[in-house]
Design a protein around this ligand. Structure first.
Ligand code: ADP
Length: 459
């Protein structure tokens, strides 16, 4: 196996459990080949006249057999490349939110500049037989930049977020440039069949692509392979976290506090793609239409702070605070509140305890590339008495997790009906559904994903 080089916006030390399943899986592949992981250090430095001329400094660090190489960003580059183009244009459009995209601010210059700088910085670290795997929407033009510097190695790209239908994609002024840039890769991986269909329709209608066979597309004078590789979690790692002290403590506390009540859980970054206001409205509809849940059902909604300097995120935060206040004010009792909203991150080691204490998980994004919380919830359940997953049909995970209760998150009454069904589902049905869901996430776990992608890239 050739040496693996991973390039992503952020670099994580794969030895730390806080890094999560993706870092662990990439770390596994990197470890096996003594590989290199390159990306932004997370540091923002002041731009000095000297720094403006020179290339940024490269920080190199060893993590076992893996080399971690990072660069700092200037404030200006960070604002344009990361906050501006990546999270103010690509993230909203790829999640179907044209209304939130800021096309006019000229961020694209910074996006190109940082991609070029990444290419220049990583190029001297490459060996002739390396296999390069680039991750996510921050780095779409990276292969194009590397190729222009003479890089001939195989380069694969995985898009962790959804790829929108052609007419939504076409709203981005530089859409053709972005898709053309993908053709500089040898392999592009997407999360779902739906995303793959969108890609195919785009290249047929917008780029006059030729007929594809085996996921091969010809356009812009180049050929590209595109396949769906749904990402999974490390089921065993998550199951062992569930048995850990912190998770067991959390489970015991929750069971104690909610002994006679039904617990529902939501765990998300505070992001407009996650459908949080819609989820709260579904809870309101549940209480209104099924009053038996009053004084009984409680949703613990953990929403971790995210991208707080992007305007749309602050508006969402205020909207959620208003909705929680109004629902709790209208339905709450002296000793019971329907919504416990916590605007913080929960320690990764405690999460499985929270999942396991909950009868129902609400995973109801308006659009999501995959959604790993859905899979973590399944992995954390007690097989003898498992909880029920209420899952948005618009999450990439819905293509695989057909045994969840699939809902349309825009339909708050319909979602409330599904929650009611979930809360009262008989044990046998819960077990049958859970067995099938668990078998699915075990088969298509994060190791499968990593192996399949790399095998395909090497073909
Ligand atoms: P996204 O990548 O859009 O944030 P995913 O559901 O695919 O959504 O992945 C989110 C990851 O972050 C999961 O591993 C989840 O456990 C973790 N996470 C999300 N929100 C929180 C939170 N509030 N506290 C702790 N961990 C969280």
């Amino acid at each position: 196996m050739p040496r693996l080089v991973v390039v992503s916006n952020r670099v994580a030390d794969p030895r730390k459990t806080a890094a999560g399943g993706l870092a662990v899986a990439l770390g596994e592949a990197l470890n096996a080949t003594g590989g290199l992981w390159f990306g932004w250090s997370g540091n923002i430095v002041e731009k000095t006249d000297a720094a403006a001329q020179a290339q940024p400094q490269l920080h190199v660090q060893r993590a076992g057999d893996v080399t971690l190489a990072t660069v700092d960003l200037t404030q200006e580059d960070h604002d344009a490349y990361y906050l501006g183009y990546s999270n103010g244009v690509l993230w909203p459009v790829f999640h179907y939110r044209l209304d939130l995209a800021d096309f006019d601010a000229g961020y694209i210059g910074g996006y190109r500049r940082v991609n070029r700088m990444f290419a220049q910085q990583v190029l001297p670290l490459l060996r002739p037989d390396d296999l390069i795997w680039v991750h996510d929407y921050h780095l779409i033009p990276l292969a194009e930049e590397l190729r222009s510097l003479g890089c001939r190695q195989r380069i694969g790209f995985f898009l962790h977020i959804p790829l929108p239908p052609p007419l939504i994609m076409a709203a981005i002024p530089a859409h053709e440039w972005l898709i053309r840039a993908l053709f500089a890769y040898d392999l592009v991986g997407l999360q779902s069949q739906t995303d793959l269909n969108h890609f195919a329709r785009y290249v047929y209608t917008e780029a006059q692509a030729e007929q594809a066979a085996d996921g091969r597309f010809s356009a812009f004078g180049r050929e590209l392979r595109v396949q769906a590789f749904p990402i999974g979690i490390d089921v065993d790692e998550f199951a062992s976290l569930t048995q850990g002290r912190e998770a067991q403590e959390t489970l015991a506390t929750m069971r104690d506090q909610y002994a006679k009540r039904r617990l529902l859980v939501g765990v998300d970054r505070l992001d407009y793609s996650k459908g949080l206001p819609q989820r709260l409205r579904a809870m309101r509809s549940l209480l209104q239409r099924y009053p038996g849940n009053c004084n009984s059902a409680t949703l613990i909604q953990i929403a971790s702070p995210s991208r707080e300097t992007v305007g749309a995120y602050n508006d969402l935060r205020r909207q959620l605070e208003g909705l929680c206040g109004s629902i709790n004010g209208n339905y709450g009792e002296l000793d019971w509140m329907p919504i416990r909203y916590i605007h913080r991150t929960v320690a990764r080691k405690r999460l499985p305890g929270l999942y396991r204490a909950s009868r129902v998980a609400l995973v109801t994004p308006l659009r999501d590339g995959m959604n790993l919380v859905a899979k973590e919830f399944i992995a954390a359940q007690d097989e003898a008495d498992p909880g029920v997953l209420v899952l948005s049909r618009f999450a990439g995970a819905a293509e695989q997790l057909r045994d969840a209760l699939l809902v349309n998150p825009y339909d708050s009454d319909g979602t409330a009906d599904a929650i009611q069904h979930a809360l009262h589902m008989p044990l046998e049905e819960r077990q049958t559904r859970h067995q099938r869901l668990l078998a699915n996430i075990r088969e298509y776990d994060v190791h499968w994903w990593q192996r399949r992608f790399l095998e395909s890239l090497q073909q």
